[in-house]
Design a protein around this ligand. Structure first.
Ligand SMILES: N=c1c2ncn([C@@H]3O[C@H](COP(=O)(O)OP(=O)(O)OP(=O)(O)O)[C@@H](O)[C@H]3O)c2ncn1[C@@H]1O[C@H](COP(=O)(O)O)[C@@H](O)[C@H]1O
Length: 113
């Protein structure tokens, strides 16, 4: 199984995604997505989400778990490309999760009315 990694990698990747705004598509996959635009990035997010579903349905044993982790990494990565393209960062998503941490989904829903 893969080793655990901490959230530093998200911050480092945010910086790379930002820097790729100055790169060209022939040298960088991320820059190629920026060049193709929002619709292509959304297509990749949708495609990767579908691959997560398929991998989860087939998730049997260590190999299946490795495959699922790989697909979720692809989904997170493409979601981060979307955030960067929109001028946002994973840090902002983490802040929302931090705010929600410990608050039951049922309680949060009840507090809305
Ligand atoms: N984490 C990733 C990462 N995860 C997945 N991918 C790429 O995402 C692509 C999507 O996989 P697919 O199988 O869907 O690709 P595909 O069939 O070639 O895609 P399409 O032609 O259908 O769009 C693959 O090319 C993967 O290599 C990534 N590409 C880059 N990164 C990170 O982004 C950084 C910058 O990348 P570059 O901009 O390419 O230098 C890298 O240093 C990495 O840290």
């Amino acid at each position: 199984m893969q080793q655990n990694a901490d959230t530093d990698v998200l911050q480092a990747l945010d910086a790379v995604l930002q820097a790729r705004k100055e790169a060209t598509g022939d040298s960088s996959y991320v820059a190629s997505l920026y060049e193709k635009g929002l619709n292509k990035i959304l297509e990749k997010v949708g495609e990767e989400a579908s691959e997560v579903i398929i991998a989860a349905k087939d998730c049997d044993g260590e190999q299946g778990q490795e495959a699922l982790l790989g697909e979720i990494a692809d989904l997170w990565f493409h979601s981060m490309v979307l955030l960067a393209q929109q001028g946002l960062s994973s840090g902002q998503v983490l802040a929302i999760l931090q705010e929600r941490f410990g608050l039951s989904g049922h309680e949060e829903k009840a507090s809305r009315s």
